[in-house]
Design a protein around this ligand. Structure first.
Ligand code: MD6
Ligand code: FE
Length: 217
């Protein structure tokens, strides 16, 4: 029965441990992905995607915006969280209900029942865009996990270790996959390989979006 098989194809699997305290929830957000993408478009109308500049003076290949109480920003002065969009001097758009509930549900499923997000960074990858190996360490509260949702074209995620020299593992991340990252691996190095020329998804075309939910303070 093709119809039955089709239903199972999109069923989320059990949390897959990828590092100590870090879990991959494959397909966890697939059911609500059209709602998430619709809400994302509204956020981008109020706070447009932009290529921010690193403290070293490089323009990032990933375009970013934010929603929630705090947004992640970078410029010549450094990396930080800001309650206002520096482009408009207005507060960031509020976290949509769909985003907020997904972050809570995913964190709880991975064993972090107390999580609630203060910030959602939205990353947009077009062909060739990548994220160099880095640690997420601009947050004061390092006891909270990070919830990361991938939408659209697939990409290779790079999972490293506690030092930059640790050879990263490559894992293909697809539309609807959610990563919950905390505990002992909270400060592990990680990155994203360049989005491939043929990468594609019916809902986004050759574009990948990533939502990263964080408790900052
Ligand atoms: C991305 N994600 O997937 C970039 N950081 O586009 C991250 O840098 C990230 O996915 C911390 C935890 C989960 C992540
Ligand atoms: Fe990160």
């Amino acid at each position: 029965m093709a119809g039955t098989l089709d239903l199972f194809e999109h069923e989320p699997g059990p949390p897959e441990p990828i590092a100590e305290g870090a879990y991959l929830l494959r397909g966890f957000a697939t059911d609500i992905s059209t709602q998430l993408l619709n809400d994302l478009q509204h956020i981008a109308e109020a706070a447009p995607f932009r290529h921010q500049v690193t403290p070293g003076g490089y323009s990032m290949s990933v375009a970013m915006t934010s929603c929630g109480e705090l947004g992640w920003v970078t410029d010549k002065r450094g990396y930080r969280y800001s309650p206002v969009d520096p482009q408009s001097n207005q507060p960031w758009p509020a976290l949509p209900e769909s985003f907020e509930q997904l972050a809570i549900d995913a964190a709880a499923t991975a064993g972090y029942p107390q999580f609630s997000a203060q910030s959602c960074l939205i990353n947009r990858y077009e062909t060739g865009a990548r994220m160099a190996l880095h640690q997420d360490k601009d947050e004061q509260d390092l006891t909270a996990p990070i919830v990361s949702v991938s939408l659209g074209a697939p990409i290779s995620f790079l999972f490293g270790g506690p030092t930059r020299s640790h050879q990263p593992a490559r894992v293909k991340i697809e539309h609807g996959d959610v990563l919950v990252w905390g505990g002992p691996s909270r400060l592990f190095f990680h990155g994203v390989a360049p989005l491939g020329k043929r990468a594609d998804h019916p809902l986004t075309g050759p574009v990948r979006y990533n939502l990263t939910f964080r408790k900052v303070l």
